[in-house]
Design a protein around this ligand. Structure first.
Ligand SMILES: [Zn+2]
Length: 233
């Protein structure tokens, strides 16, 4: 009888340990942190994209600026070469010089604006990079803690399984077969009678069952089929 109780206790431990392992594998806090890190990652990408676009803009502006400068140089060279005497042509060239200078100035202003944006985006990107690093460290730490705990539980499971094997060797075959059969239906195949009721199905136990229990030590519950015993404290 004592062995059968021990067997049930060990099976209960397995159920409990598996529940705990399962909980750890879906640890809510870890899921939450991972969700947060995904959001930060997306923010980081958003700023990176903006930064990349601004850098492309800057390159284009610089190229434009260079081309304007070249054109301007050509105009200035022509204007002040002393070779052109026609006033009308000189006036046209003057106009073009002025126009070119205005365009150049406008591009220069744009360059300053884009550079300011690049500054801001770089700062934002670095901020999120830093945040992401911190949260990734946190995730790694938590994951390793969880893994260690699971390893511990796995080790315990192996020990319990060894215990179970040992206990089963010391139980009468007929009782063991009966127990295994009930266990296919109810994980808690062996339950105590508490206040004259089966603690598996909570229904009352007949007096003659109590009598049989007193005599044999273990009988089936008439209602649920679980094996009953009387707990002696
Ligand atoms: Zn019952």
């Amino acid at each position: 009888m004592e062995n059968l109780i021990q067997l049930q206790k060990n099976y209960d431990l397995i159920v409990e340990l598996e529940k705990r392992i399962n909980y750890l594998r879906n640890y809510p806090k870890l899921i939450q942190i991972k969700e947060k890190s995904r959001k930060i990652y997306n923010f980081q990408n958003k700023w990176r994209k903006k930064l990349d676009n601004s850098r492309t803009d800057l390159k284009k502006l610089e190229k434009d600026l260079q081309s304007k400068e070249e054109t301007l140089n050509e105009i200035v060279n022509e204007l002040y070469s002393g070779k052109i005497n026609d006033i009308k042509i000189l006036e046209v060239l003057k106009d073009r010089e002025e126009k070119m200078n205005k365009e150049k100035e406008s591009i220069e202003n744009e360059v300053i604006e884009v550079m300011g944006k690049i500054d801001i985006y770089t700062r934002e990107l670095n901020k999120y990079k830093h945040k992401l690093n911190l949260i990734e460290e946190k995730i790694e730490k938590l994951e390793s803690q969880i893994e260690e705990k699971i390893r511990l539980y796995d080790k315990k499971l192996l020990e319990i399984q060894k215990n179970i094997k040992h206990i089963r060797n010391n139980i009468d075959t007929e009782i063991l077969q009966k127990y295994d059969l009930v266990r296919k239906k109810h994980k808690n195949a062996l339950v105590a009678v508490i206040n004259q009721a089966c603690s598996g199905c909570n229904l009352g136990v007949y007096l003659n069952t109590m009598d049989a229990l007193a005599l044999k030590g273990v009988v089936e519950c008439e209602n649920c089929g679980r094996l009953l015993y009387i707990e002696i404290n």
